[in-house]
Design a protein around this ligand. Sequence first.
Ligand code: GLY
Length: 358
Amino acid sequence: MNTLPGIQEVIIKGLFRDSKIIIGGSLDKLGKYIPKSNVIIITDERVHELYSSRFPAFPVISIKRGEESKNLGTIEFIYSKLLALNADRNTYVLGIGGGVVCDITGFVASTFLRGLKFGFVATTLLAQVDASLGGKNGVNFSGIKNIIGVFNQPELVICDHSLLKTLNEHEFLSGLGEVLKYGFIGDPEMLDYFKSGEFIGRADLKLIHELVVRSVHIKKSIVEKDEIETGERRLLNFGHTFGHAIESAHGLSHGMAVAYGMLAAIYISEREGYLSQEESNRARVIILKSGIIKGVKINLEKLQTQFMADKKRSGNFLYFVLLHSLGNAFSEKAEIGKVENWLADWVNWEDAFTLEKD
Ligand code: GLY
């Protein structure tokens, strides 16, 4: 169970740059992949405390941990540090951390001096399966998630699974939420790992490696078809339309909020006649047994307020991702009013969070 899996290299082909993903790589072997000089590291305080002794010997900019840091204030702080460190057009910016560090690093590197080369060492499961991959780098603004940002692929992503052992359970489960998403939208076999309801542990590096590899391949196949999200890439937002609102309204972890959002999307897929009742029940059981959801009472009013705030950028409609079957997702262009009704119907459905029927 504890044997270290081998390395798998995957290339995500981008419009302007390819991204090399080293799955099962190691922080200690980083030197093989980055320049020998003129590198600046961006990390957060916790990763710095835990792992800085293993960082290569380059200047480090450390930010506060957590979603609250994902704002323009932090970006300005890093720009000042880059100026003080005399960063130039040949500087390579390396983010070592989870989703927030990846987003911030990608945004800073893409805008400072009109764009520097950059890469990531992804230290959380969420970052290894999602946040570090695909080239979206953004920050929150005015209470809206990821509303300011760029598409720009990192040159390198290293997914070192051994770093996951210092995640707390909450953070680990958050990553599993995104793993489940990949199962629902494109790899139904992956859902088998969640069927028994047995907790997927961080110590099982072989299984983690397998789940990361499968997730990266789904993301690669979608991003390569639609890097700047004009169509197919919307599928990656499965569970995210309500998930983002739930995350902000209830202060949940991203993956847990996405798991709630997926429950809602599954309910709506069945109600609209796209997904059979049998498949819908199967999907619901998988999520509810996964341990990702921990009995948060969803408050419809709070959620509606947040959803309305989020929707301002979408005009009168949005693309909502639904399922035809497990592993087969599609996006539907839906009127905002209709989506609001879906939200209320789901929250008011008395069986929304129970396994009683199954
Ligand atoms: N960086 C996250 C994404 O592109 O989806």
